[in-house]
Design a protein around this ligand. Structure first.
Ligand code: ASP
Ligand code: MG
Length: 406
């Protein structure tokens, strides 16, 4: 017997038929003797619609009212799943964030979970064999109003609930069969991974593999929650996200991710003196612009060029911010390029093996792909290349690191 949290994403609860399918999966776990709590997303597309309505009525809407609106999607699916479960003879009760409560901070629209009161849910699972069907995405703020956790936040709700209930496992049901070595839409030979480490998953999640909300992986790593990503439409086991020492055969490269969401900015002829980087990146940070890759060259004549990337959506604001400090800094000009993409290879094996970066550079060179910016971390190498080469690069790297399926 185990205690498990099962989370179902929007496509898994998209209509009554699919909710019935979810109920059948939950029943199987209950029949096997497990204690079960379920976390649900809103039906596919519903949150987008709710966000659009807020936007339509007022582009600068009040974040508290935004939360009051967008939290409703999950209320519907939690009630419907409880009904579907009761209909097939499973004891079930729906719970909204405020009823448990799932307490968050006051950052409406992107709140963080502080505490979850798990005792009553545990009692009901134990004594009444009752399934708790919990709304994902929602919490209760210090102002006693409903908060939401940011897009994709139900993953984080599920992991946090699993930690609070001391669950043995947190199964995240989605529309893909697990975590793949790369995007199967680009590389037909991409393979589903049986296991991946938290750290690898975190790097992959943050560089554009959109399987799990990044924050949910951070939380799982911190709280040591065993997460499984699997499909609610298939019967196959998914991918387990686990601690590094649970993986015996550590692959050099676990996966390849890419992102088309970045733009490149170059500031030419920046005076080379102490404090210049702070004077540039300070104002960008104050404008809440996330700078990613950064390169600065050596200075020959007392000036240097500085290149970095920002999210494409933030490019206009970044350019405006930099224009505003042109006089103070005294650079020559800014150029921006939107036609770039980032490819990253990720793997904990890199810690103990050399040559991962050089394999990447050689592979790209053989395809005639120019590298514009490089950045590395302990378990990741990323390069910025022309956007038109992204698919070619991902395919070539997938083969080069031996990731292709047989
Ligand atoms: N329904 C919310 C969203 O679409 C939360 C989630 O599904 O994780 O972002
Ligand atoms: Mg999701």
């Amino acid at each position: 017997m185990a205690r498990i949290v099962m989370k179902f994403g929007g496509t898994s609860v998209a209509d009554p038929e699919r909710i019935r399918n979810v109920a059948a999966r939950v029943k199987r776990e209950v029949d096997a003797g497990n204690e079960v709590a379920v976390v649900v997303s809103a039906m596919a597309g519903v949150t987008n619609q709710l966000v659009a309505w807020c936007q339509e009525l007022s582009p600068l809407h009040d974040a508290r009212e935004y939360d009051a609106v967008v939290a409703t999607g999950e209320q519907v699916t939690s009630g419907l799943l409880a009904i579907a479960l009761q209909h097939i003879g499973i004891e079930a009760r729906s719970w909204q964030g405020w009823q448990i409560p799932i307490r968050t901070d006051g950052a409406h629209g992107k709140a963080r979970i502080d505490t979850i009161e798990g005792a009553e849910l545990i009692r009901r699972m134990r004594e009444l064999r009752q399934v708790a069907v919990v709304t994902g995405f929602q919490g209760l703020g210090p102002d006693h109003r409903v908060t939401t956790l940011g897009r994709g936040g139900s993953d984080t709700s599920a992991v946090a609930l699993a930690a609070a209930l001391a669950a043995d496992r947190c199964d995240i049901y989605t529309d893909v069969e697990g975590v793949f070595t790369t995007d199967p839409r680009i590389v037909a030979k991409a393979r589903k991974l049986d296991k991946i480490t938290y750290e690898e998953m975190l790097e992959l999640a943050s560089v554009g593999a959109k399987v799990l909300q990044t924050r949910s992986v951070e939380l799982a790593m911190k709280e040591k929650v065993r997460v499984q990503v699997l499909s609610s439409f298939a019967e196959a086991p998914g991918t387990l996200v686990v601690d590094e020492d649970e993986i015996v055969e550590k692959a050099l490269v676990a996966g390849i991710a890419y992102s088309r969401d970045e733009a490149k900015i170059t500031i030419r002829r920046v005076p080379d003196r102490p404090g210049i980087a702070a004077a540039i990146f300070g104002p960008l940070a104050s404008a809440a612009i996330n700078v990613d890759m950064i390169v600065q060259n050596v200075a020959a004549d007392g000036t240097t060029d500085m290149t970095f990337t920002v999210p494409k959506a933030d490019l206009p604001r970044a350019e405006a911010t930099l224009a505003g400090i042109k006089e103070a800094i005294g650079y020559a000009e800014i150029t921006a390029d939107r036609d770039v993409a980032k490819v990253s290879v990720v793997g904990v094996g890199m810690r103990s093996h050399a040559g991962v970066a050089s394999t990447m550079f050689r592979t790209l060179a053989e395809k005639g792909i120019n590298i514009q910016v490089i950045s590395t971390s302990e378990i990741k190498v990323s390069v910025l290349i022309g956007a038109e080469y992204i698919e070619l690069a991902v395919r070539a790297l997938h083969t080069a690191y031996g990731l292709d399926a047989a």
